[in-house]
Design a protein around this ligand. Structure first.
Ligand code: SAM
Length: 377
Protein backbone atom coordinates (compact mmCIF):
# COMPACT_ATOMS: atom_id res chain seq x y z
CA UNK A 1 0.00 0.00 0.00
CA UNK A 2 1.16 3.50 -0.77
CA UNK A 3 -0.13 6.98 -0.07
CA UNK A 4 -0.75 8.99 -3.23
CA UNK A 5 -1.22 12.70 -3.78
CA UNK A 6 -2.89 13.43 -7.10
CA UNK A 7 -2.52 17.06 -8.15
CA UNK A 8 -5.06 19.07 -10.16
CA UNK A 9 -5.81 22.69 -11.06
CA UNK A 10 -6.76 24.69 -7.97
CA UNK A 11 -10.53 24.82 -7.61
CA UNK A 12 -11.07 21.50 -9.43
CA UNK A 13 -10.42 19.18 -6.46
CA UNK A 14 -14.15 18.31 -6.29
CA UNK A 15 -14.10 17.03 -9.87
CA UNK A 16 -11.00 14.91 -9.19
CA UNK A 17 -12.57 13.44 -6.05
CA UNK A 18 -15.65 12.51 -8.04
CA UNK A 19 -13.49 10.81 -10.63
CA UNK A 20 -11.59 8.82 -8.02
CA UNK A 21 -14.89 7.77 -6.40
CA UNK A 22 -16.14 6.58 -9.80
CA UNK A 23 -12.94 4.51 -10.07
CA UNK A 24 -13.92 2.89 -6.73
CA UNK A 25 -11.06 4.51 -4.84
CA UNK A 26 -12.37 4.81 -1.30
CA UNK A 27 -11.46 7.40 1.31
CA UNK A 28 -9.99 10.02 -1.02
CA UNK A 29 -9.42 13.32 0.80
CA UNK A 30 -9.32 16.71 -0.88
CA UNK A 31 -6.48 19.13 -0.17
CA UNK A 32 -5.52 22.40 -1.82
CA UNK A 33 -4.52 21.60 -5.39
CA UNK A 34 -5.04 17.86 -5.14
CA UNK A 35 -6.47 14.76 -3.50
CA UNK A 36 -4.90 12.10 -1.23
CA UNK A 37 -5.72 8.42 -1.28
CA UNK A 38 -4.17 5.13 -0.11
CA UNK A 39 -3.85 2.13 -2.36
CA UNK A 40 -1.55 -0.25 -4.21
CA UNK A 41 0.75 0.86 -7.03
CA UNK A 42 -1.70 -0.41 -9.67
CA UNK A 43 -4.29 2.06 -8.40
CA UNK A 44 -1.87 4.90 -9.05
CA UNK A 45 -1.25 3.55 -12.55
CA UNK A 46 -4.98 3.40 -13.20
CA UNK A 47 -5.36 7.04 -12.09
CA UNK A 48 -2.63 8.04 -14.57
CA UNK A 49 -4.49 6.25 -17.34
CA UNK A 50 -8.06 7.35 -16.59
CA UNK A 51 -8.40 10.41 -14.34
CA UNK A 52 -9.17 13.24 -16.76
CA UNK A 53 -8.65 16.06 -14.26
CA UNK A 54 -5.44 14.72 -12.65
CA UNK A 55 -2.22 16.60 -13.47
CA UNK A 56 0.33 14.48 -11.58
CA UNK A 57 0.15 11.27 -9.58
CA UNK A 58 2.70 11.35 -6.77
CA UNK A 59 3.48 8.29 -4.67
CA UNK A 60 4.78 9.19 -1.22
CA UNK A 61 8.06 7.58 -0.16
CA UNK A 62 8.37 9.48 3.10
CA UNK A 63 6.79 12.24 5.10
CA UNK A 64 9.51 14.69 6.06
CA UNK A 65 10.18 17.59 8.34
CA UNK A 66 13.09 19.74 7.23
CA UNK A 67 13.80 23.33 8.10
CA UNK A 68 17.13 23.65 6.27
CA UNK A 69 19.43 21.98 3.76
CA UNK A 70 21.13 19.67 6.25
CA UNK A 71 17.94 18.29 7.75
CA UNK A 72 16.50 17.85 4.24
CA UNK A 73 19.62 15.92 3.17
CA UNK A 74 19.39 13.70 6.27
CA UNK A 75 15.67 12.98 5.72
CA UNK A 76 16.21 12.15 2.05
CA UNK A 77 19.21 9.96 2.85
CA UNK A 78 17.07 7.66 5.02
CA UNK A 79 14.88 6.53 2.08
CA UNK A 80 15.80 3.12 0.59
CA UNK A 81 16.43 4.52 -2.91
CA UNK A 82 17.82 1.23 -4.24
CA UNK A 83 14.22 -0.06 -4.24
CA UNK A 84 13.51 2.43 -7.04
CA UNK A 85 16.74 3.46 -8.76
CA UNK A 86 19.65 1.39 -10.09
CA UNK A 87 23.19 2.47 -10.94
CA UNK A 88 22.37 2.37 -14.66
CA UNK A 89 19.17 4.40 -14.43
CA UNK A 90 18.78 8.17 -14.68
CA UNK A 91 16.87 10.33 -12.23
CA UNK A 92 15.92 13.95 -11.53
CA UNK A 93 14.53 15.84 -8.55
CA UNK A 94 11.85 18.52 -8.86
CA UNK A 95 11.19 20.61 -5.77
CA UNK A 96 8.38 22.88 -4.69
CA UNK A 97 9.27 24.58 -1.42
CA UNK A 98 7.47 27.42 0.27
CA UNK A 99 7.18 29.13 3.65
CA UNK A 100 10.38 27.47 4.88
CA UNK A 101 12.81 30.24 5.98
CA UNK A 102 15.87 27.93 5.97
CA UNK A 103 15.11 26.75 2.42
CA UNK A 104 14.23 29.72 0.30
CA UNK A 105 15.19 28.27 -3.10
CA UNK A 106 13.47 25.22 -4.57
CA UNK A 107 16.53 24.62 -6.78
CA UNK A 108 18.80 24.38 -3.73
CA UNK A 109 16.37 21.98 -2.02
CA UNK A 110 16.32 19.79 -5.15
CA UNK A 111 20.13 19.75 -5.12
CA UNK A 112 20.18 18.56 -1.49
CA UNK A 113 17.82 15.69 -2.30
CA UNK A 114 19.83 14.81 -5.41
CA UNK A 115 23.03 14.63 -3.30
CA UNK A 116 21.28 12.43 -0.73
CA UNK A 117 20.03 10.03 -3.44
CA UNK A 118 23.45 9.85 -5.13
CA UNK A 119 25.32 9.32 -1.82
CA UNK A 120 22.84 6.71 -0.59
CA UNK A 121 23.17 4.71 -3.82
CA UNK A 122 26.97 5.02 -3.91
CA UNK A 123 27.11 3.62 -0.37
CA UNK A 124 24.68 0.81 -1.18
CA UNK A 125 25.79 -0.12 -4.70
CA UNK A 126 29.30 1.27 -5.11
CA UNK A 127 28.39 3.79 -7.84
CA UNK A 128 25.87 6.55 -8.43
CA UNK A 129 23.35 6.93 -11.25
CA UNK A 130 23.33 9.92 -13.60
CA UNK A 131 20.99 12.86 -13.41
CA UNK A 132 18.93 13.60 -16.54
CA UNK A 133 16.78 16.67 -15.92
CA UNK A 134 15.04 16.47 -19.33
CA UNK A 135 13.99 12.85 -19.59
CA UNK A 136 14.73 10.97 -16.36
CA UNK A 137 13.70 7.35 -15.91
CA UNK A 138 12.77 8.12 -12.30
CA UNK A 139 11.29 11.52 -11.36
CA UNK A 140 11.47 12.45 -7.69
CA UNK A 141 9.27 15.24 -6.36
CA UNK A 142 9.81 17.16 -3.13
CA UNK A 143 6.92 19.16 -1.70
CA UNK A 144 7.61 21.22 1.37
CA UNK A 145 5.47 23.92 2.99
CA UNK A 146 6.35 25.42 6.36
CA UNK A 147 9.14 22.86 6.81
CA UNK A 148 6.79 19.87 6.44
CA UNK A 149 5.94 17.77 3.44
CA UNK A 150 6.99 14.69 1.58
CA UNK A 151 9.23 13.05 -0.96
CA UNK A 152 7.40 11.33 -3.80
CA UNK A 153 7.93 9.40 -6.99
CA UNK A 154 6.08 10.95 -9.92
CA UNK A 155 4.18 8.18 -11.71
CA UNK A 156 3.07 10.28 -14.66
CA UNK A 157 6.41 11.67 -15.81
CA UNK A 158 5.20 14.32 -18.23
CA UNK A 159 2.18 16.14 -16.74
CA UNK A 160 -1.11 14.45 -17.54
CA UNK A 161 -2.65 17.35 -19.45
CA UNK A 162 -0.31 16.18 -22.16
CA UNK A 163 -2.52 13.49 -23.61
CA UNK A 164 -0.14 12.96 -26.51
CA UNK A 165 -2.76 14.34 -28.88
CA UNK A 166 -2.14 18.11 -29.02
CA UNK A 167 -0.47 18.53 -32.40
CA UNK A 168 -1.60 22.09 -33.19
CA UNK A 169 -1.78 25.13 -30.94
CA UNK A 170 -3.72 28.40 -30.92
CA UNK A 171 -3.19 31.34 -28.59
CA UNK A 172 -4.38 30.62 -25.04
CA UNK A 173 -5.43 26.97 -25.38
CA UNK A 174 -6.99 25.40 -22.31
CA UNK A 175 -5.12 22.59 -20.64
CA UNK A 176 -6.94 19.31 -21.29
CA UNK A 177 -7.15 18.56 -17.55
CA UNK A 178 -8.83 21.93 -16.87
CA UNK A 179 -11.19 21.47 -19.82
CA UNK A 180 -12.22 18.08 -18.41
CA UNK A 181 -12.85 19.66 -14.99
CA UNK A 182 -14.92 22.48 -16.52
CA UNK A 183 -17.14 19.92 -18.27
CA UNK A 184 -17.53 17.85 -15.10
CA UNK A 185 -18.15 20.74 -12.70
CA UNK A 186 -20.41 22.48 -15.22
CA UNK A 187 -22.51 19.35 -15.74
CA UNK A 188 -22.03 18.66 -19.47
CA UNK A 189 -24.78 16.23 -20.50
CA UNK A 190 -23.39 13.17 -22.32
CA UNK A 191 -26.74 12.18 -23.80
CA UNK A 192 -27.32 15.53 -25.56
CA UNK A 193 -25.73 17.31 -28.54
CA UNK A 194 -22.70 19.47 -27.68
CA UNK A 195 -21.24 22.63 -29.18
CA UNK A 196 -18.29 24.89 -28.42
CA UNK A 197 -18.98 28.01 -30.53
CA UNK A 198 -15.56 29.56 -29.74
CA UNK A 199 -13.58 26.35 -29.90
CA UNK A 200 -10.01 27.55 -30.49
CA UNK A 201 -7.94 24.37 -30.73
CA UNK A 202 -10.97 22.25 -29.82
CA UNK A 203 -9.96 21.20 -26.31
CA UNK A 204 -13.45 21.23 -24.73
CA UNK A 205 -15.11 19.40 -27.63
CA UNK A 206 -12.38 16.74 -27.85
CA UNK A 207 -12.45 16.15 -24.09
CA UNK A 208 -16.25 15.94 -24.19
CA UNK A 209 -16.23 13.43 -27.07
CA UNK A 210 -13.68 11.24 -25.27
CA UNK A 211 -15.52 11.45 -21.93
CA UNK A 212 -18.96 10.59 -23.33
CA UNK A 213 -17.44 7.56 -25.03
CA UNK A 214 -15.62 6.54 -21.83
CA UNK A 215 -12.28 6.48 -23.64
CA UNK A 216 -9.41 6.70 -21.14
CA UNK A 217 -7.71 10.11 -21.19
CA UNK A 218 -4.21 8.59 -21.22
CA UNK A 219 -4.80 5.94 -23.85
CA UNK A 220 -2.49 7.58 -26.42
CA UNK A 221 0.52 8.29 -24.22
CA UNK A 222 3.14 6.65 -22.06
CA UNK A 223 3.84 7.25 -18.37
CA UNK A 224 6.92 7.74 -16.21
CA UNK A 225 6.49 4.51 -14.23
CA UNK A 226 6.76 2.45 -17.44
CA UNK A 227 10.48 3.36 -17.45
CA UNK A 228 11.17 2.55 -13.79
CA UNK A 229 14.09 0.12 -13.73
CA UNK A 230 12.88 -1.75 -10.65
CA UNK A 231 9.22 -2.13 -11.65
CA UNK A 232 8.37 -5.76 -10.85
CA UNK A 233 7.13 -8.29 -13.38
CA UNK A 234 3.81 -8.43 -11.48
CA UNK A 235 3.39 -4.67 -11.67
CA UNK A 236 4.19 -4.75 -15.41
CA UNK A 237 1.65 -7.50 -15.92
CA UNK A 238 -0.99 -5.57 -13.95
CA UNK A 239 -0.26 -2.51 -16.06
CA UNK A 240 -0.62 -4.57 -19.24
CA UNK A 241 -4.06 -5.71 -18.08
CA UNK A 242 -5.20 -2.16 -17.30
CA UNK A 243 -4.13 -0.95 -20.75
CA UNK A 244 -5.77 -3.89 -22.45
CA UNK A 245 -9.04 -3.23 -20.61
CA UNK A 246 -9.04 0.41 -21.73
CA UNK A 247 -7.97 -0.40 -25.31
CA UNK A 248 -10.88 -2.82 -25.59
CA UNK A 249 -13.34 -0.32 -24.10
CA UNK A 250 -12.13 2.33 -26.58
CA UNK A 251 -12.53 -0.04 -29.53
CA UNK A 252 -16.09 -0.86 -28.42
CA UNK A 253 -16.91 2.87 -27.98
CA UNK A 254 -15.90 3.61 -31.57
CA UNK A 255 -18.73 1.43 -32.86
CA UNK A 256 -21.42 3.19 -30.75
CA UNK A 257 -23.96 5.78 -31.76
CA UNK A 258 -23.25 9.15 -30.09
CA UNK A 259 -24.91 12.59 -30.04
CA UNK A 260 -23.35 15.25 -32.33
CA UNK A 261 -20.35 17.28 -31.19
CA UNK A 262 -19.66 20.57 -32.98
CA UNK A 263 -16.62 22.85 -32.94
CA UNK A 264 -17.18 26.37 -34.29
CA UNK A 265 -14.96 29.46 -34.42
CA UNK A 266 -14.64 32.62 -36.51
CA UNK A 267 -10.99 31.92 -37.11
CA UNK A 268 -10.08 29.40 -39.81
CA UNK A 269 -6.63 28.88 -38.26
CA UNK A 270 -8.27 27.81 -34.99
CA UNK A 271 -10.55 25.40 -36.87
CA UNK A 272 -7.57 23.84 -38.66
CA UNK A 273 -5.84 23.35 -35.31
CA UNK A 274 -9.01 21.87 -33.77
CA UNK A 275 -9.36 19.46 -36.69
CA UNK A 276 -5.75 18.31 -36.39
CA UNK A 277 -6.02 17.82 -32.63
CA UNK A 278 -9.28 15.89 -33.00
CA UNK A 279 -7.63 13.62 -35.59
CA UNK A 280 -4.68 12.99 -33.25
CA UNK A 281 -7.15 12.02 -30.51
CA UNK A 282 -9.03 9.72 -32.90
CA UNK A 283 -12.12 11.95 -32.60
CA UNK A 284 -12.20 13.61 -36.06
CA UNK A 285 -15.15 11.49 -37.18
CA UNK A 286 -16.94 12.29 -33.91
CA UNK A 287 -16.78 16.08 -34.32
CA UNK A 288 -17.97 18.45 -37.06
CA UNK A 289 -16.24 21.77 -37.67
CA UNK A 290 -17.91 25.02 -38.71
CA UNK A 291 -16.70 28.52 -39.41
CA UNK A 292 -19.26 30.75 -37.71
CA UNK A 293 -19.64 33.74 -35.46
CA UNK A 294 -21.06 33.00 -32.00
CA UNK A 295 -23.62 35.77 -32.54
CA UNK A 296 -25.14 33.78 -35.43
CA UNK A 297 -25.63 30.59 -33.42
CA UNK A 298 -29.21 29.30 -33.68
CA UNK A 299 -31.19 26.87 -31.52
CA UNK A 300 -30.67 23.93 -33.83
CA UNK A 301 -31.54 21.36 -31.15
CA UNK A 302 -34.30 21.64 -28.51
CA UNK A 303 -31.81 20.72 -25.78
CA UNK A 304 -28.01 20.70 -25.83
CA UNK A 305 -24.84 21.50 -23.89
CA UNK A 306 -22.86 24.53 -24.96
CA UNK A 307 -19.43 24.79 -23.33
CA UNK A 308 -16.98 27.51 -24.18
CA UNK A 309 -14.02 29.59 -23.10
CA UNK A 310 -14.46 33.05 -24.68
CA UNK A 311 -11.52 35.42 -25.19
CA UNK A 312 -10.33 36.88 -21.87
CA UNK A 313 -9.37 40.22 -23.27
CA UNK A 314 -5.58 40.49 -23.23
CA UNK A 315 -5.40 40.62 -27.00
CA UNK A 316 -8.58 42.59 -27.79
CA UNK A 317 -9.46 46.24 -27.20
CA UNK A 318 -12.20 46.77 -24.58
CA UNK A 319 -14.83 47.83 -27.15
CA UNK A 320 -14.31 44.69 -29.29
CA UNK A 321 -14.44 42.50 -26.20
CA UNK A 322 -17.59 44.21 -24.96
CA UNK A 323 -19.23 43.59 -28.36
CA UNK A 324 -18.36 39.85 -28.21
CA UNK A 325 -19.64 39.54 -24.64
CA UNK A 326 -22.92 41.32 -25.45
CA UNK A 327 -23.25 39.12 -28.54
CA UNK A 328 -22.88 36.01 -26.37
CA UNK A 329 -25.60 37.37 -24.04
CA UNK A 330 -27.99 37.91 -26.98
CA UNK A 331 -27.22 34.45 -28.38
CA UNK A 332 -28.08 32.86 -25.02
CA UNK A 333 -31.54 34.50 -25.19
CA UNK A 334 -32.32 32.28 -28.20
CA UNK A 335 -31.07 28.99 -26.71
CA UNK A 336 -34.03 28.06 -24.51
CA UNK A 337 -33.69 24.54 -23.10
CA UNK A 338 -29.89 24.51 -23.46
CA UNK A 339 -27.27 24.37 -20.74
CA UNK A 340 -24.41 26.84 -21.24
CA UNK A 341 -21.11 26.28 -19.43
CA UNK A 342 -18.73 29.21 -19.67
CA UNK A 343 -15.18 29.47 -18.38
CA UNK A 344 -14.58 33.17 -17.97
CA UNK A 345 -11.46 35.02 -16.92
CA UNK A 346 -13.17 38.38 -17.12
CA UNK A 347 -16.03 39.56 -14.83
CA UNK A 348 -17.36 41.74 -17.68
CA UNK A 349 -18.66 38.59 -19.39
CA UNK A 350 -21.02 37.63 -16.54
CA UNK A 351 -22.30 41.22 -16.51
CA UNK A 352 -22.96 41.20 -20.27
CA UNK A 353 -24.87 37.89 -20.04
CA UNK A 354 -27.24 39.59 -17.60
CA UNK A 355 -28.81 36.55 -16.02
CA UNK A 356 -28.18 34.66 -12.83
CA UNK A 357 -25.97 31.59 -13.25
CA UNK A 358 -27.18 28.32 -11.71
CA UNK A 359 -23.56 27.65 -10.76
CA UNK A 360 -20.69 30.10 -10.24
CA UNK A 361 -17.49 28.34 -9.26
CA UNK A 362 -14.02 29.84 -8.71
CA UNK A 363 -11.02 28.04 -10.13
CA UNK A 364 -7.55 28.76 -11.44
CA UNK A 365 -6.37 28.53 -15.02
CA UNK A 366 -2.67 28.31 -14.14
CA UNK A 367 -2.00 31.54 -12.22
CA UNK A 368 -5.18 33.22 -13.55
CA UNK A 369 -8.29 33.22 -11.42
CA UNK A 370 -11.31 32.30 -13.51
CA UNK A 371 -14.97 31.56 -13.04
CA UNK A 372 -16.95 28.62 -14.22
CA UNK A 373 -20.52 29.78 -14.90
CA UNK A 374 -23.41 27.52 -15.70
CA UNK A 375 -26.65 28.84 -17.15
CA UNK A 376 -29.72 26.66 -17.59
CA UNK A 377 -31.33 28.66 -20.36
C1 SAM B 1 -9.65 31.69 -25.49
S1 SAM B 1 -9.85 31.09 -27.12
C2 SAM B 1 -10.52 29.49 -26.89
C3 SAM B 1 -9.44 28.49 -26.57
C4 SAM B 1 -9.94 27.07 -26.57
N1 SAM B 1 -10.79 26.78 -25.43
C5 SAM B 1 -8.78 26.09 -26.64
O1 SAM B 1 -8.61 25.28 -25.72
O2 SAM B 1 -7.98 26.18 -27.57
C6 SAM B 1 -11.21 31.99 -27.74
C7 SAM B 1 -11.61 31.66 -29.17
O3 SAM B 1 -12.76 32.44 -29.48
C8 SAM B 1 -12.73 32.71 -30.87
N2 SAM B 1 -13.64 33.84 -31.12
C9 SAM B 1 -13.47 35.15 -30.82
N3 SAM B 1 -14.55 35.87 -31.19
C10 SAM B 1 -15.44 35.00 -31.73
C11 SAM B 1 -16.74 35.13 -32.29
N4 SAM B 1 -17.33 36.32 -32.36
N5 SAM B 1 -17.36 34.01 -32.72
C12 SAM B 1 -16.75 32.81 -32.66
N6 SAM B 1 -15.50 32.62 -32.17
C13 SAM B 1 -14.85 33.70 -31.70
C14 SAM B 1 -11.26 33.01 -31.14
O4 SAM B 1 -10.97 32.85 -32.52
C15 SAM B 1 -10.57 31.99 -30.23
O5 SAM B 1 -10.26 30.83 -30.96
Amino acid sequence: MFRFFVTCARGTEGALRRELAAMRIAGAKGDRGGVWFDGPLEMGMDVCLRARTAVRVLMQLAEIEAGDGDSLYAAARRIPWRDWITVQSTFAVFANVKDTPGLTHSGFAALKVKDAVADALRDALGARPDVDAKSPEVSIALHLAGGRGGLFLDLAGEALHRRGTRVAMVEAPLKETLAAAVLMLGGAQPELPFIDPMCGSGTLAIEHALATRGIASGIRRRFGFERWPTLSAEARAAWGRLREREDEAAARAMTGDWPPVVCADVDTGALTAARQNAAAAGMDDAITFERADVTALERRWPAATLATNPPYGERLNPAALDAIYRGIGRTFERLTGWRAIVLSGNPALAQAIRRKPAVSHRLWNGPLEARLLRYDL
